[in-house]
Design a protein around this ligand. Structure first.
Ligand code: AHM
Ligand code: MG
Length: 335
């Protein structure tokens, strides 16, 4: 029997490449490059308290939010990795106002575009709480060899080829889907590889955790207010009251709910009338993973993955998680 009884991310990508309908070698190399970028970001995140890299970078992103140094570092690391890999012609990032075009000698025939939030949950960096990276991959719709444009990025989420996230928590994990289920890999620092630790992840149909910033309750839609009150009422048959768990890093809240069962709620608020979370960088990739794990993701009116984007930094309300819980909330929103 082999003594090497782990499956690394690289091995897994090759083993599963028959499931993909696009140029297999190139797509596998692209996934591999994202894995390399994730390991490098993980290293930077782990030494954030030691090196002088926490705190503000002095620049703001398009939403007027302060960028942290680690945001900038993570953004640059992914773009460098993708540039050298040669499979991607353009990237849209939460940290950049416009599309970043990749024009390197090796990327002349690149077929793919990437949307990413290089470091999500940035308010948690300075306080040593879990943060994450979110990515998604699409095939470009404009001709290979020409300059990519917004048409490539305004594809609905249902056209996504792959999506994933990396969580920098008690350990670093990479979770991804190519539309054939969801698999999770834990970084083994000893060998420096992501190893398959959570095969075929499925979210329980019901859970008892709700993840919502209750500081916004007064300006939440009535249906959300009623749902939260319902979650808090005692009822032994439905196992209530539920537990409130809100980290403020979507990746971490999502990851816990995926494993345990739960619902993540970020509706429109007075401060953010379209919701806070971005369709391209946060909602679409997480919705693809959620659906592939058997869960539901919606704006309350429509399936997130069916929205045709009209701006790179578009925001939408989002309700996602265990099927039973999201459906209960939807009944109240519809009333
Ligand atoms: P960021 O991309 O600037 O870090 O913002 C996104 C984060 C999510 O990870 C999280 O779910 C949300 O913002 C928390 O926002 P709030 O503090 O308004 O509850
Ligand atoms: Mg974000």
């Amino acid at each position: 029997m082999s003594k090497f009884n782990v499956t690394t991310l690289g091995q897994f990508i090759i083993e599963r490449q028959h499931e993909i309908n696009v140029a297999k070698g190139e797509f596998s190399r692209l996934l591999r490059d994202i894995g390399i970028a994730a390991k490098t970001i993980s290293r930077e995140v782990n030494r954030a308290g030691l090196a002088d890299i926490i705190g503000e970078a002095g620049s703001s992103n398009i939403q007027g939010e302060d960028q942290k140094k680690l945001d900038v570092i993570a953004n640059d690391l992914v773009i460098d990795c993708l540039t050298r890999g040669g499979e991607v012609c353009a990237v849209a990032s939460e940290e950049d106002d416009d599309i970043i075009f990749i024009d390197s000698p090796v990327s002349k025939n690149a077929k793919y575009i990437v949307c990413m939030d290089p470091l999500d949950g940035s308010s948690n960096i300075d306080v040593n709480v879990s943060i994450g990276t979110i990515f998604s991959i699409y095939q470009r719709v404009t001709s290979v060899g020409t300059k990519a444009n917004t048409e490539d990025f305004y594809q609905p989420g249902n056209k996504m080829l792959a999506a994933g996230y990396v969580i920098y928590g008690t350990s670093t994990m990479l979770v991804y889907t190519t539309g054939n289920g969801v698999n999770g890999f834990t970084l083994d620092p000893g060998i420096g590889e992501f190893c398959l630790s959570h095969p075929d992840m499925k979210i329980p149909e019901m859970g008892k955790i709700y993840s919502y910033n209750e500081g916004n309750i007064l300006s939440a839609p009535k249906g959300v207010q009623e749902y939260i009150t319902w979650c808090q009422q005692y009822d032994k048959d439905t196992n209530r009251p539920y537990s409130a768990r809100y980290i403020g890093s979507m990746v971490a809240d999502f990851h816990r709910n995926l494993l345990k069962g739960g619902i993540f709620i970020y509706p429109a608020t007075d401060k953010a009338p379209n919701g806070k979370l971005r369709l391209l960088y946060e909602c679409n990739p997480m919705s693809f993973i959620m659906e592939q794990a058997g869960g539901v993701s919606t704006t309350g009116k429509e399936r997130i993955l069916d929205i045709v984007p009209n701006a790179l930094h578009q925001r939408v309300p989002i309700y996602m998680g265990s099927k039973g819980m999201v459906n209960q909330l939807l009944e109240l929103l519809d009333k």
